[in-house]
Design a protein around this ligand. Structure first.
Ligand SMILES: Cc1cc2nc3c(=O)[nH]c(=O)nc-3n(C[C@H](O)[C@H](O)[C@H](O)COP(=O)(O)OP(=O)(O)OC[C@H]3O[C@@H](n4cnc5c(N)ncnc54)[C@H](O)[C@@H]3O)c2cc1C
Length: 403
């Protein structure tokens, strides 16, 4: 039986391991963290295309009951002016729509499923290097241990070590000029329709929130910051600092932002935003990167997890049908590159619009309603209507973007 090493047990890693097992491989997952992590980023949206891709592997049920359905996003200015709304994608045939869920719940569900299927996940194994060996690849870990397999899949996130090993000259992640912070506030009156995102382009920062079925408010804010924070700078900021800073940003606007932030219990921790516009080399020899390791998008796209899942499923199909890894990786890249790069570009545009200056704000508020009206449905169909048919064979001549 062919073997695979999967580096990283975030989103792409466990799904790739499940796909590879279905494709006839014996996969092992190597995760740097010692145990269940307190994953950065409190919650995320998993769009219908991501759920549909999980279903291609027969594991769509994993996200049922996690989080809550979020069918729509409404955009407003800080003065309360409605700028438009978009749906988060047409429902799947059984009515399923995109969900908002805690990042840690998604990670846990995917890892538990992989373990249930008998896939080993080895924690505390930080990948360091790899080199080709006869008919395969040999990986080295920072603890000095090694492992070998027929192929190595780097699903090790935006700061991927596997990407560096494949191409030491690969460009590093790019700073996107907004910070992220968020939390969970207790039930309160916000005026929002439960489950629907309210997205506010406030004068000084972006604020988004959705009311969960229990009435609790899941929120995030994106304070703009032109320069990339120095290492450790954000970690050193206290919760009191964040409360004061956010209060100052949203003071006097016509949204419930300040009340939501003030009522949020516990620690507030901010983090910087990065993306990866174009990674020149995704594969070399028997190694390939997928998910954020290959094409991280800024959170504004709401598609990072869904793209990671699509990647994992497509890689499984390619390695199932094209026994020669070089041919499978080339077919995979043809299937994926244009789509993911378009998502990264659109995420970067959305993030920049959150950090607009005075003139940019006027233009954005004038044109956003038109853009949302004109492009909303077409974008939703292209992005959210994407379907992967696991059973359709992949050939060496698969055209770009088609399964
Ligand atoms: C604030 C924020 C909000 C977001 N919001 C959304 C959203 O709403 N919707 C959405 O779809 N996406 C969102 N994303 C993006 C989404 O979280 C990522 O796109 C997704 O997690 C990518 O999955 P991945 O498996 O490629 O990488 P990750 O989830 O980052 O997993 C990588 C794993 O590899 C491990 N690892 C790293 N280095 C090594 C090594 N050397 N050896 C072994 N293991 C290693 C890490 O510990 C980690 O477990 C958001 C991201 C952020 C930061």
């Amino acid at each position: 039986m062919r073997t695979a090493m999967v580096v990283g047990a975030g989103v792409a890693g466990p799904v790739a391991a499940i796909a590879l097992q279905r494709a006839g491989f014996a996969p092992t997952v190597f995760e740097a963290r010692e145990g269940a992590a307190d994953e950065l980023g409190a919650f995320l949206t998993l769009q219908v295309n991501g759920i549909d891709a999980l279903r291609a592997l027969g594991v769509g049920h994993l996200v049922t009951g996690l989080g809550f359905p979020t069918p729509r996003m409404r955009f407003r200015s800080g003065s309360g002016k409605a700028l438009g709304e978009v749906s988060t994608g047409a429902p799947l045939p059984d009515g399923t729509i995109g969900v908002t869920l805690r990042r840690s719940d998604l990670y846990r569900a995917l890892r538990d499923e992989a373990r249930k299927l008998g896939i080993p996940i080895e924690h505390g194994r930080r990948f360091a290097d790899a080199r080709p060996q006869a008919g395969g690849v040999r990986a080295e870990f920072t603890d000095g241990s090694t492992a070998s397999a027929d192929v190595l899949v780097g699903a090790d996130g935006i700061r991927s070590r596997v990407r560096h090993v494949i191409d030491p000259s690969a460009a590093p992640a790019r700073y996107v000029p907004v910070l992220n912070i968020g939390g969970y506030a207790p039930p309160q009156e916000t005026g929002a329709v439960p489950g629907e995102y309210e997205m506010v382009f406030d004068k000084r920062a972006f604020f988004g929130y959705a009311v969960a079925p229990d009435g609790g408010v899941w929120w995030f804010a994106n304070p703009p910051q032109c320069t990339e924070p120095a290492p450790g700078e954000l970690a050193a900021l206290t919760t009191e600092h964040w409360r004061d800073r956010l209060r100052a940003l949203f003071a006097g606007d016509r949204t419930p932002a300040c009340a939501i932030i003030d009522s949020t219990p516990g620690e507030l921790v901010g983090w910087a935003t990065h993306d990866l516009p174009s990674v020149r080399r995704w594969h070399r020899d028997r190694m390939i990167v997928i998910g954020d390791a290959a094409h991280a998008t800024s959170p504004a796209s709401g598609q990072g997890a869904s793209m990671a899942i699509e990647d994992a499923v497509e890689l499984g199909r390619c390695l199932r049908d094209l026994p020669e890894p070089a041919a499978a990786f080339a077919a995979y890249e043809r299937l994926r590159r244009a789509r993911v790069e378009q998502v990264v570009a659109s995420g970067a545009r959305s993030s920049s619009s959150k950090a607009a200056g005075p003139v940019g704000r006027v233009l954005r508020d004038a044109f956003l309603p038109i853009v949302l009206r004109r492009q909303g449905a077409a974008v939703a169909a292209w992005l959210h209507g994407h379907h992967i048919d696991w059973d359709t064979p992949v050939t060496t001549s698969v055209p770009a973007g088609h399964g």
